[in-house]
Write a protein of this length. Structure first.
Length: 364
């Protein structure tokens, strides 16, 4: 059978691997020993039940293929080299390693049992903290603030950002900022905006130990814990040696409308690692993956790829705990459309899409 290697076992990677398992010899390369449902990672940081829910085994994903747990160190053509494994050769290669992000929005620890212990320590610390500082008032900071307010109502939540308002990027509608700002303030969240921190706290992220910091304009902040809520980085370092000319300044790899890496035969990209001009979201990665599955199947059958990808419409879904939040969708004429907490919960699902992901992994 044709051999396909997928590097990265996130949302896009499992969609490609599962979609090709019946027509190819699939090898999924993933550093972590379990799938991590990062869409629910912030809730897992505050709720013990969710800290187990977000980790799911890969054991039932593939009936015919296999999962190799290891770190890709470089790629030559369609051959993947790993730190502690023999090189994996393939006829087709799919790059799906996504992005990294500061804890707890994403987990970079490869062993699920250790990651769960870290979450347990974080929750114990949060239960004792009187003041919690979130550095960054973007989408992650806002969603995390909502989770903290819902689960630790006695704690004071402080958010600081260099921008003069929350959601500093120009892609967000002013109405969305207004709605969420009011929700945060009504929930008692203290917003310190318009100036970055002059220096980072002396304590580690998630550590329970009082500290004092100041913003560059001189505002003093006292807190017991802090978290960094910005800093996504493309996980493409393993490509720089041989694919460096295909990477942009963000480390994203250039793909064409068929999701093929430009100028490289039989190599595709999906998800956050690509340079597709759209919001980096799990649903976008899955959409990329469906295009890749269709095109690799076409190539296996001896045909040219014909399935193309069109960037999806802008939408931002921001729940604030179980009952709050707002979302920015795109209307029929391309205009921003703001919806409230009920629609936000419906879009993301009260189970934060856990059921859907478990279905992809063929878990009960």
């Amino acid at each position: 059978m044709v051999r396909v290697t997928v590097v990265g076992g996130g949302y896009g990677g499992i969609t490609v691997a599962g979609g090709l398992d019946d027509v190819a010899e699939v090898t999924l390369v993933e550093q972590k020993d379990q799938f991590v449902h990062h869409a629910a990672a912030l809730r897992a940081a505050v709720d013990g039940i969710w800290s187990h829910t977000i980790f799911m085994p890969y054991s039932r994903l593939l009936k015919n293929g296999k999962v190799v747990h290891g770190e890709a160190t470089r790629v030559e053509g369609t051959t993947v080299y790993l730190a502690n494994h023999d090189p994996i050769e393939a006829d087709y290669l799919v790059l799906a390693t996504g992005t990294t992000y500061p804890y707890p929005a994403k987990h970079n620890i490869p062993t699920a049992s250790i990651a769960k212990k870290r979450l347990e320590e974080t929750r114990e610390n949060l239960a004792q903290a009187k003041r919690i500082l979130l550095v960054g008032a973007g989408t992650v900071g806002i969603e995390f603030a909502g989770e903290l307010v819902s689960n630790f109502p006695e704690a004071e939540i402080i958010m600081v950002d260099r921008a003069p308002h929350i959601l500093g990027s120009d892609e967000y509608a002013e109405e969305l900022r207004d709605v969420l700002t009011k929700e945060l303030e009504d929930a008692g969240v203290k917003l310190i905006l318009g100036s970055p921190l002059a220096y980072v706290p002396s304590t580690d992220i998630g550590e329970l130990r009082p500290f004092h910091v100041e913003t560059q304009n001189g505002t003093g902040i006292d807190a017991d814990m802090w978290f960094l809520c910005y800093g996504a980085q493309t996980a493409s370092g393993y490509l720089r040696a041989n694919y460096g000319d295909k990477l942009n300044e963000k480390g994203q790899i250039a793909v064409d409308e068929y999701m093929r890496v430009k100028g490289v035969p039989h190599v595709y990209g999906v998800g956050d690692i690509t340079n597709v001009a759209e919001s980096k979201r799990a649903d976008a990665a899955r959409a990329h993956a469906r295009v890749v599955v269709a095109n690799i199947k076409a190539e296996i059958a001896g045909n040219e790829p014909t399935t193309t990808y069109t960037p999806g419409k802008m939408w931002i879904v921001l729940p604030l705990g179980m009952e709050g939040g707002a979302s920015q969708l795109t209307g029929a004429n391309g205009e921003p459309q703001i919806v409230g907490p009920d629609e936000t919960a419906e879009i993301k699902g009260n189970d934060l899409m856990v059921t859907m992901v478990r279905g992809q992994l063929h878990l009960p």
